[in-house]
Design a protein around this ligand. Structure first.
Ligand SMILES: Cc1cc2nc3c(=O)[nH]c(=O)nc-3n(C[C@H](O)[C@H](O)[C@H](O)COP(=O)(O)O)c2cc1C
Length: 138
């Protein structure tokens, strides 16, 4: 059975909501990076995170840089919460690539900012993110 972990970094709570739903589907726990979860011995790491000013939170990059050692993680899947549906986790991707981690895919789950994406993430968005994650369970 695959060793799966779900972590999230959030400012306004959407990524937490999405991460909890994904973790429930995958039958694991979701960890806020503030809890400093261990990333050792992971087949697939799900990283759920929002975008602010087109960027990842700096503290997420710092956490990954500090906590991923050689051979800890085989694969990563990104679930990105952003209002525009256009922005990606560029900084996280760069860090993972520099550490030789295979990135399976990046799923965009719409969030909101001011009037953009009002009402998102909704149930449909969260169900779609959970179904994306389920593909990588086995
Ligand atoms: C200060 C701020 C800046 C944001 N900048 C962007 C942005 O550049 N592009 C985008 O698509 N969404 C942007 N958003 C929307 C967030 O990415 C979106 O609401 C996301 O769901 C937030 O995730 P969180 O609730 O886990 O913090 C921004 C939101 C905030 C609060």
């Amino acid at each position: 059975m695959k060793k799966i972990k779900v972590i999230y970094a959030t400012r306004t709570g959407h990524s937490k909501k999405i991460a909890l739903a994904i973790a429930k589907k995958l039958e694991v726990k979701a960890y806020n990076i503030n809890e400093n979860p261990s990333l050792k011995d992971t087949d697939t790491l799900f990283i759920v995170a929002g975008i602010y000013g087109r960027r990842n939170l700096i503290k997420l990059g710092t956490f990954l840089e500090k906590n991923i050692n050689d051979g800890d993680i085989k694969n990563a899947a990104l679930i990105t919460s952003c209002a525009s549906k256009m922005h990606r986790q560029k900084e996280v991707r760069k860090i993972l690539e520099s550490k030789g981690i295979n990135i399976l895919d990046e799923f965009i789950c719409q969030g909101n900012f001011l009037l953009f994406g009002l009402g998102h993430p909704n149930k449909n968005d969260i169900d779609s993110a959970s179904n994306f994650a389920l593909k990588y369970k086995e």
